[in-house]
Design a protein around this ligand. Sequence first.
Ligand SMILES: Cc1cc2nc3c(=O)[nH]c(=O)nc-3n(C[C@H](O)[C@H](O)[C@H](O)COP(=O)(O)OP(=O)(O)OC[C@H]3O[C@@H](n4cnc5c(N)ncnc54)[C@H](O)[C@@H]3O)c2cc1C
Length: 187
Amino acid sequence: MELHWAKGCQIYITPVKRDEVCVALISRDAQLRLDDALPLFPELCKRLAKVEPANLERGAVSATRTLRHVHSGRMALVGDASGSVDAITGEGMCLAFKQALALADAMANDDLELYEEAHRRIRMRPAMMAQMLLTMDRNFWLQTRVLAALAKSPKIYARMLATHVGAGSKKDIATNIVELGWSILTA
Ligand SMILES: Cc1cc2nc3c(=O)[nH]c(=O)nc-3n(C[C@H](O)[C@H](O)[C@H](O)COP(=O)(O)OP(=O)(O)OC[C@H]3O[C@@H](n4cnc5c(N)ncnc54)[C@H](O)[C@@H]3O)c2cc1C
């Protein structure tokens, strides 16, 4: 996939079929449409110039929501209904699948409190990443510095990515933050 970031919006491109890609725009501005945003991405604009749209542009709301409880009695919520992390993380479906597995374990143990605990644990890392990414989205100076630092240090980028998908340890997270901070200051 490709991810392009400009001031105030992101465009990401994902393959859909052999000859079709999905172009998605994320922005805080609910009125912003793809045609208005594309000029902010000249390189992408050039590549998409001769492409025929396969369907109409559609929209959805993205939000970070936390619920106090995700079960009551013998009822439990999974997926976005149980709270969500911002779409900027790209983690929504992964969370839903992990929650479904945790719920199945809790049901097998006949104790939905176990699901409540697992749900909190599963959500922690994506919620932290969402906060970091949204902070970068709000602060263009920081966004530019972080991206420049990551471009300069592919190892830090690879470790940040590992942390994002849950493959890094707590020690890795601390090391990443220190090294990234230093890289930003010296970029
Ligand atoms: C712009 C955007 C980009 C995203 N990008 C990514 C990404 O790259 N990767 C990723 O993993 N996630 C991404 N997500 C998040 C992902 O789409 C959601 O986390 C995921 O779809 C949640 O699945 P769900 O089944 O819990 O809920 P939903 O997909 O919302 O499904 C709920 C379904 O229930 C139906 N429904 C609602 N009310 C009723 C009712 N009363 N009766 C019957 N049916 C009802 C709805 O119509 C809907 O079909 C993105 C989200 C947005 C908005």
